[in-house]
Structure formats: C-alpha cells, structure tokens
Design a protein around this ligand. Structure first.
Ligand code: 5AD
Ligand code: SF4
Length: 461
C-alpha cells in the first residue's frame, strides 16, 4: 500500500467516509483509466486513480504499460456502447500478451449496461456503476484473487452522500462534488437513469474539503453537480447559502460552479454572487437548451424563453460584467425551422460569448426517444452548422472588447509553447509570456488579441 499518499489533512468531521484500503492489491503494477465524458466523469476518473494508488497500483500514461485498464465512459450523447466495445477490442493483442491484464468498464455505460457488457464482450472482466466507485478496490481484489468476473452496478438508494473528495494533486484549480444524480427528468436526458436520484453532501463536509484543498495548494475550486442550484444541505441550507459560506468561511481565492439549471436559479443566488464578487467568478454556465418555449415545454425544462431572458436581465443588472455560456440542443423531436430560428435569436439577443451545441441524440429510457416526430439527421446537422456559423460571426466581434483590457489571470501552468496559461475571472483562457514562478498566482494581464476561445496577452509589470 502506498503510504505516501496523504489525501487530506483533516477528516475529523463525523461521518465523512474515506474508503479503507488495507490490501496491497496492485503490487506496483500499472493501471490506466481511459475517460470520456463530462467534468463529472473526469472527476470520477480522478477518484478511481486515487483509489488505485491507495491500493498500490501505479497510474500509467498508456494502456501498453498497464496490467489493469478501466474504461470510464459517458453515455449522454454519443453511441457510447459501441465506442466501449471497439476500445476493448483494440486491447486484444495486449490481453493475449499479458494474461494478467484485467479490463473493466465503469461510469454511465457500466451503470446502464451492467452484465450485458460481459455477456457481449468476454474480454471485459468487471463492470461497476456510478454509485460503486468506492468499491473498486474490492472488485479488483476479487477479480485478481478469485479470477472471476464481477458486476457491481446497483444504486445505493438509502446510503447518504457522505464521501470525501479524493484527488491526487489538486493543483491550482480543483473540483469538489456537492450533489450527485438528478431528479429533473428533462425528456432528452439519460442522467437521471445513469446517476440516480439527486443527493446533496452536508455543507460541513464540503467546507472541510474546500479547506483541505486550500491547505494542499488549491487557489480555485469548482463546485460540481448535475444541477447545483437544487442543492439542499441537511440543515435546509440551499445553494446560495453554501456559496456564501464557501466564500466567507474558507481561504479559497476563487469559486466557480457548474452546472446550473435556469428553473432553480434564483435572485438570492444572484445577490450572493454580486456581494461576493471578489471570490465568486462572474461567469455562469446556464444551459437554455432551446430558444423556443414550445420545445422547452416538450423538453420538460420548467421555464419559458421569456422567463430565461428575464433572469438573465436581472443577473446582468446585479453583476454588470457577467459572462454567460450555454448548452444548446438542435433537432429535438418536433423542432421546426421557426423553433430553431428562435434558438439562434436567443443566442444573439443575450450575446453568449461561448456556446456548447449538440445535435439531439435519442437516449434509452428517455421520454423524447419515444416521440414520433424525430428530426432527420441531415436537418440536425445542417442546423448545428448554421448555429455555429451564426454564433461565430457574433462571438468574434463580441470578444474584441477585451483587447486593451487588463484581466486578473490565475496562472495554472506552462503550455506546450512555453507560455503561461491561466484563466480570467470570466473564464477566458489567456496565454502570455512569464516566469514559471507565477504558477498559482493571480496576475494582471493586458489582452493583446482576443478570440472566442482563447486570448493572448502581456503581463502588466
Ligand atoms: N442529445 C443531445 N444533447 C444532449 N445533452 C444531454 N442529453 C442530450 C441528448 N440526448 C446535452 C445538453 C446538456 C449537455 C451536458 O448535453 O445540452 O446540457
Ligand atoms: Fe439531464 Fe436535465 Fe438533469 Fe441536466 S437537469 S442532468 S439535462 S435531466
């Protein structure tokens, strides 16, 4: 077992649980986790890597060096199961060469497909669900010692959400989960089925984690959940209360959060953001999904176009330098040309600097997959391209305003070109020349060239 791995400095809070690792399962062998998906999945991979190190595996950079390969796969949009099978197939030669090589599948695909994965692809040795990551060491121990196939993909419905954030190296900017699961059942979305019912962590646990991350050098934390705005702590504290506490009662320098839901984004939260702007970044990712109220209703989103606009207007009054981004779906069942044009017009009306747009993809178990008026792939594709074109035209002009401005940039790392890389409070990626000793510091950078996705600048001495 790897005793050097000091995960946090304080776990004194009652009931916060750190998985016990009293077995040397890994014997120093290589483990490789292949990840695709959202930030939640990336964060889950970090948890897996930490647990694997605790069980004395060495995390390696390529599957060729590994005796254990885990595929942590997202199922939100693509055809993920095929992707998993083809990745597993690509390991055939490695498995033939190394009979000790074990292959597992986790994440949303593991949750959804369970034992089907092993039945269809016998090269897979184990499957685990989104709620079972902490049992990974036990699963692997069984797979190795008893040489059997293991499937653990049950939701822990009754267990409280009392986990400790596990990261090997928080770096400058890190993530802390505050909720898991989702109860919203948007008609297009598989998450309520792959991540289960929504649960919130107690506020005291989150505060303790943030303080621990600060002790370990983090300057920025992103509070993470499928729908952070419906956070509810045991003492009835809501997300605005949590955000205020993290701002006032920890020494973290910057706070971000994702993802927000427009239906639960309330004025109390806007005021907390406005009053704590020295810490809470003025950037909000608030997915509107469609600009047409008719489609929003079919999506079961719980707000209209007008209500969304009104919330943004209030927010912009309270936080004038607010920067917004959104997820957008095109080609949702029944979306007409008129509905689609309303989506383009909303992007233009609210001046989104960044958008993440996707073609609708029917997901198993979801209501919209059964709608009869599915839109043709070619139409979805054409709409997606038109949306990107319209946005690009607008965004290039929009971000020009940053040229000549001095932004406060938290330096995260040196990039491949030897420049420093960091983000401004508005979440703009900025590249500039400077000494590596500035990593971890917030410095003023004058923007010389601004593009929608990144910017170049000069350090203000
Ligand atoms: N098809 C296309 N996009 C989807 N998203 C979620 N489910 C689907 C789907 N079935 C998008 C939404 C969500 C983002 C994470 O992924 O825009 O906000
Ligand atoms: Fe999916 Fe809607 Fe929940 Fe977001 S809020 S995870 S889109 S069901």
């Amino acid at each position: 077992m790897n005793d050097d791995l000091i995960l946090s400095t304080d776990t004194s809070e009652a009931l916060i649980s750190r998985p016990q690792m009293n077995q040397d399962i890994g014997l120093g062998r290589g483990a490789y986790v292949s990840t695709y998906g959202c930030q939640m999945n990336v964060n889950d991979t970090e948890r897996m890597n930490t647990l694997l190190e605790m069980a004395n595996f060495t995390i390696v950079a390529t599957p060729q060096e590994a005796s254990l390969i885990i595929i942590n796969a997202c199922s939100i949009r693509e055809k993920p199961v095929h992707k998993v099978y083809s990745e597993v197939g690509s390991y055939r030669k490695l498995k033939d060469k190394n009979p000790l090589l074990k292959i597992g599948v986790g994440g949303c695909v593991g949750q959804q497909e369970k034992e089907n994965l092993i039945k269809t692809q016998p090269m897979i040795d184990f499957v685990f669900g989104t709620d079972n990551i902490d049992t990974l060491p036990q699963i692997i121990a069984e797979v190795y010692s008893e040489n059997k196939k293991v499937v653990n993909a049950k939701f822990e419905h009754r267990a409280p959400y009392h986990i400790e954030t596990l990261v090997r190296n928080p770096g400058v900017s890190t993530f802390v989960n505050i909720t898991k699961g989702c109860d919203n059942f948007c008609s297009f979305c598989v998450v309520p089925f792959t991540r289960g019912r929504e649960k919130s962590r107690p506020m005291s646990h989150i505060l303790m984690d943030v303080r621990n991350m600060v002790k370990r050098g983090a300057k920025e934390v992103t509070l993470l959940g499928q729908n952070v705005n419906s956070y509810k702590s045991e003492g009835e504290a809501d997300f605005a209360d949590l955000l205020e506490k993290v701002s006032k009662e920890t020494d973290i320098e910057r706070i971000r959060y994702t993802t927000s839901h427009p239906k639960d984004f309330n004025e109390k939260l806007m005021h907390v953001m406005a009053q704590n702007q020295h810490k809470i970044c003025e950037y909000v990712h608030l997915p509107f999904q469609s600009g047409s109220s008719r489609i929003l209703d079919r999506m079961n989103r719980g707000y209209t176009r007008e209500e969304y606009i009104s919330k943004i207007q209030t927010m912009k009054k309270l936080i004038p330098n607010l920067v917004l981004s959104s997820d957008i779906i095109v080609g949702f069942p029944g979306e007409t040309e008129e509905d689609f044009l309303q989506t383009i017009s909303l992007v233009e009306e609210l001046q989104f600097e960044t958008i993440y747009a996707f073609m609708y993809s029917p997901r198993p178990l979801t209501k919209a997959a059964k709608f009869e008026d599915q839109v043709e792939e070619s139409v979805k594709n054409e709409r997606l391209n038109r949306l990107f074109d319209a946005h690009e035209k607008m965004a290039f002009a929009l971000v020009k305003k940053y040229e000549g401005q001095t932004l406060q940039v938290l330096v995260e790392k040196k990039n491949e070109q030897g420049k420093l890389y960091g983000r401004s409070t508005q979440n703009k990626s900025v590249h500039f020349l400077g000494s590596e000793s500035l990593i971890g510091q917030t410095v003023p950078v004058k923007i010389t060239q601004a593009f929608p996705n990144n910017m170049r600048g000069e350090l203000v001495q």
